[in-house]
Design a protein around this ligand. Structure first.
Ligand code: SAM
Length: 329
């Protein structure tokens, strides 16, 4: 078994640390593949961040639809923020972030064991191993106390990362009963235990308050000089393309409208806000849903590549819509 002492933060890409309590660039990046992940869009998003963030005048960052946290990792490591509030409604995701934040070396031990057991198996054995883990993961969800940090959380977080790394397309998907149901993937050499990145993620998460929460809770935690990034579940682009499987609840048009109201409320308080979603005009040029509910704000359309689609021919270029309550300079 691996021991905790073998895990050390690598210093190679660490920039100068002026203040040991401020995060700096340690090369941390999302540790999960997540539907709607914004990794591919960061270059474009950086042009759309508010100038106050680029001038390092923003102290607090909020990401209430965290997912894989691509925007958080970018902002926390490049713009000198001092604290971050990260929420998601998904229990499993939040459990995993908290484990990495608090006790990453213990998690690495579990992941290291997964890596060792899985890699030596042949194709058929890997499939069996995957489906055994998936069944176990689904059964165990009734035995986990998601509100109380405990020893149970380590194997749980490791199992989620294992399933995410080895499932088809890396797609986290649950059915209406809340069961993870992505099929097995077929990778030659998947990295299940990405030690260097997880150690870097652990470091960057030290500035964060992480909680399982509905996006509306931001109102209670809101501080002055803040920047908020909202990335809600995509509004289904067509009846067949509906993707509402991060959690069994889904996200309706009514919730998109509630979110637009919250956007306005934060704007009135002087908070800087950015929001993204899929552009319904990709499929129906007459669909003005977001143009209508955000008509008082700046709307930019940026080309995006939708990565999560089981049919590779449908992974073409489409637009993402970005709404800001500040002008883009
Ligand atoms: C489009 S994804 C965010 C992707 C993220 N920006 C990334 O780079 O991976 C939307 C996320 O919102 C979460 N979510 C869904 N409904 C929510 C709610 N009511 N409150 C907070 N989070 C919610 C989902 O679990 C999912 O992780």
């Amino acid at each position: 078994m691996a021991t905790a002492t073998k895990y050390k933060i690598k210093d190679d890409n660490v920039s100068t640390v002026e203040d040991p309590f401020k995060p700096y660039n340690v090369g941390a990046k999302p540790f999960l593949k997540w539907a709607g992940g914004k990794g591919q869009l960061l270059d474009k998003f950086q042009e759309l961040y508010p100038k106050q963030l680029k001038q390092k005048k923003i102290k607090t960052f909020y990401e209430p639809f965290l997912g894989s946290g691509a925007v958080f990792f970018d902002i926390a490591q490049h713009y000198g923020i001092e604290s971050a509030y990260l929420y998601d409604i998904n229990d499993e995701l939040i459990l995993t972030y908290k484990v990495i934040q608090k006790d990453v070396t213990k998690l690495l031990d579990f992941l290291y064991r997964y890596q060792k057991s899985y890699i030596k198996l042949d194709k058929k054995q890997r499939q069996e191993f995957f489906y055994d883990q998936r069944t176990n993961y689904n059964l165990q969800r009734f035995n986990i106390d998601y509100d109380k940090y405990s020893e149970q959380w380590f194997p749980r977080a490791a199992q989620l990362i294992f399933l995410n790394r080895t499932c088809f397309n890396g797609l986290y998907r649950v059915n209406s009963k809340g069961e993870f149901n992505s099929p097995a993937g077929n990778y030659d050499n998947p990295t299940i235990c990405d030690e260097q990145n997880l150690l870097a993620v652990h470091q960057v998460l030290q500035i964060a308050e992480i909680k399982k929460a509905d996006f509306k809770e931001i109102v209670t935690d809101l501080k002055a000089k803040s920047f908020v990034y909202f990335d809600p579940p995509y509004r289904p682009i067509s009846k067949t393309a509906s993707f509402k499987a991060y959690s069994k609840q889904g996200f309706t048009d009514n919730e998109q409208i509630q979110l637009a109201k919250l956007f306005r409320q934060l704007d009135k308080k002087g908070t800087l806000v950015m929001l993204s979603n899929s552009d319904p005009k990709n499929y129906d040029p007459m669909d003005n849903f977001f143009d209508d509910i955000y008509s008082d704000y700046n709307i930019t359309r940026v080309p995006a590549r939708r990565m999560i689609n089981s049919n590779p021919t449908k992974r073409g270029a489409i637009n993402e819509i970005v709404v800001t309550n500040y002008s883009i300079t």
